[in-house]
Structure formats: structure tokens, C-alpha cells
Ligand binder design. Structure first.
Ligand SMILES: O=C/C=C/C=C(\O)C(=O)O
Ligand SMILES: [Fe+2]
Length: 329
């Protein structure tokens, strides 16, 4: 049995994500007023936020920029030793950029790019949110009271990146960081989408084919409610306040999550999870592979309306390619 390839449990979770917005304050208002998130710091052109069941100082950083998109994705290692083991592996790939001191809410981090150019970092030292007494929840297993505004999301869930080469990014995350492949969309052997995780969720990160080969885009960032009814509540609220609901409440085939998608004022797609779908506990999980022909109406939407073409073709920054072939991957 010694030849068995053991899983690598060095990466523990998605720690935080930075998104870029050309309308910083309107984006901040979307997350605070409608999704009940809290601003925990402001510095330079960035605002740091958390959901009320996020234990860390922040899980979202929004930075002012000319165009919408993803700034960076941060992973927390499972120990200081694991952090250094992963840094060694990242350096062997040539994608390493080096150590930074840290940022508001976390200590030193090792930065790198994944093959398609998405900036990432891996860290250990995090700052736990220091809840003020008047904010403390009576429920001892969450840091702060449920907010009294909007329909408050509970925690960060996952990120979905658009890439010119989902296969290369998937291989990098599996081989270098120990992610496990959970579900995949293939078309004649070409990888069009991957759902990968380091936990028993179906994904902390997903990759999807950018139809025009544009690199480094964001598809969506997802926060979690865990309660399907909350999607109908927040859809009702957002629609009345002029936020575009791109995909109404809907059950995914892939991940079986109950979801919906909206476009926040800065232009980034935000997914909201009613529930996160099925849980994986099998250490030898065999990836589920979908053929592209079986996806529409099943993988993307098990129950609900068909996804609009925009969902398959547009991430942020928006593709300027006028002749963008509007093709489903
Ligand atoms: O076919 C597409 C399925 C997409 C699933 C997700 O984006 C998700 O689970 O977040
Ligand atoms: Fe998603």
C-alpha cells in the first residue's frame, strides 16, 4: 500500500478575497446595506469587510480600480509548517513572487500567480475579529449578533475564476496545493470547468473556461446563507432596489447548491448560496465528470431557469472583444 498517493492537507480554507471596483462606495453599500456585512477597516483605496459569522477580521477586501475584477485570492495553510511546505512546492513551479509583510487582518503571506495569472497568496497568521461587547451574539458559536439590516450573509463560501486554460489551473492547484478534484466539465477531453476543494465542500474554488481565451478574469464570488428561503428574501430586496438579478433562485446540478447570481454595483458577479449542496467525506472521492452536452439544464441548472448567455461568457473585467463569440463553453 506504500504506493498510495496520500492527500496533502496543507491548505485549510479560503481566507479572504480582494475584488476590484470602479464604484468603491456603491460596492461597499451593496455588501453592507443589502448583505448585512460590516466594514472592519479602511486603508488607502481599500475597504475591508466581514460577514457576521466570519471569525476573521475580514474575508472581503474591495479596492478602488478602473475596472472590476479580482485583486487576489488568499488561502490559509493548516499550520505554519504546512505553509512552509507549500511555499517550497510553489517555488519549484516558478510561479512564486515572494513574501509580503501582510495586510490588515493578516500577517506575512507568500504571493504567487496561478498559471492564468490570477494573483494568490498563502498565509498562516490571521487576526480574529475583536467583537465589541454590545455586538457579541448570545449564540456562543458565532462572533457577532445577526445584523438588523438587509438579508445578512453568514460567511464567505467560494470563488469562481474564469481562465483561458481551466486544465492548467486545475492541475496547478491539485499538484502544488493539494486541492482535490470534485466535479469537472469536459468536452472531447478538454477541461471546461473544475470544482475543487480542500475541505468537505464541493469547492472553495472553481475554474471556468473564458470563451475568448482572455486571462485572469473573475467569474463570481460567493457568500453563504445556508437557508434557501433567504435567497427569495434577498432577491426580493435587491430587485426592488435596482440590483440586477442575473440568475434567480435555482438549484445547481454541479455541487447541488441552491444558488442565485446578482451583479453588484461595481460590475462583479456575486453568487449567494441558500445551501452549499452535498458534503464530501470520502478521502478517496472519485471526481464526477460531466460531458458538456449533458450540462445545460442539468449541471448548471437542475431546478430553475436556464442560465443566460452572459453567465457563460462574461466575467470581470468585461471582455471587450466585440466579436466575442457568444458560445457556451
Ligand atoms: O455548470 C455550472 C455549474 C456551476 C456551479 C457553480 O458555479 C457553483 O457551484 O458555484
Ligand atoms: Fe459558484
Amino acid at each position: 500500500m506504500t504506493s498510495y498517493q496520500e492527500p496533502i492537507y496543507d491548505v485549510a480554507q479560503l481566507a479572504h478575497v480582494e475584488i476590484l471596483s470602479p464604484k468603491l462606495e456603491q460596492s461597499v453599500e451593496f455588501f453592507t446595506r443589502f448583505l448585512g456585512m460590516e466594514v472592519t477597516a479602511r486603508s488607502g483605496g481599500s475597504v475591508y469587510l466581514r460577514a457576521y459569522e466570519d471569525f476573521y477580521h475580514n474575508t472581503l477586501k474591495i479596492t478602488e480600480a478602473k475596472e472590476a475584477g479580482v485583486g487576489h485570492v488568499a488561502w490559509r495553510a493548516s499550520s505554519p509548517q504546512a505553509l512552509h511546505r507549500r511555499v517550497e512546492e510553489i517555488e519549484k513551479t516558478g510561479f512564486g513572487l515572494g513574501w509580503i509583510e501582510g495586510d490588515i487582518g493578516h500577517g506575512e503571506a507568500y504571493q504567487f500567480t496561478a498559471p492564468d495569472g490570477h494573483l494568490m497568496e498563502i498565509l498562516w497568521d490571521v487576526e480574529y475579529y475583536n467583537v465589541q461587547d454590545d455586538q457579541r451574539s448570545k449564540l456562543l458559536n458565532r462572533p457577532s449578533k445577526r445584523p438588523d439590516r438587509g438579508v445578512p450573509v453568514r460567511r464567505l463560501d467560494h470563488i469562481n475564476l474564469m481562465t483561458s486554460n481551466p486544465g492548467a489551473d486545475t492541475d496547478f492547484m491539485l499538484d502544488t496545493l493539494g486541492f482535490r478534484l470534485r466535479e469537472q466539465i469536459q468536452n472531447n477531453g478538454q477541461v471546461l470547468g473544475s470544482w475543487i476543494s480542500v475541505s468537505n465542500l464541493v469547492h472553495e474554488i472553481a475554474y471556468m473556461q473564458e470563451p475568448n481565451g482572455v486571462k485572469g478574469k473573475l467569474h463570481h464570488l460567493c457568500y453563504w446563507y445556508g437557508i434557501p428561503q433567504n435567497l427569495y428574501d434577498v432577491a426580493d430586496l435587491l430587485k426592488d432596489h435596482g440590483v440586477f438579478v442575473e440568475v434567480p433562485p435555482n438549484k445547481h446540478g454541479i455541487s447541488q447548491a441552491f444558488c442565485m447570481y446578482v451583479i453588484e454595483p461595481g460590475g462583479n458577479r456575486i453568487e449567494l448560496f441558500g445551501d452549499a449542496g452535498y458534503i464530501i467525506t470520502d478521502p478517496a472521492w472519485k471526481p464526477i465528470v460531466w460531458d458538456m452536452k449533458d450540462v445545460p439544464g442539468n449541471g448548471d441548472t437542475w431546478i430553475g431557469t436556464e442560465f443566460p448567455v452572459s453567465w457563460w461568457t462574461q466575467g470581470t473585467p468585461l471582455t471587450k472583444v466585440e466579436t466575442a463569440e457568444v458560445v457556451k463553453p
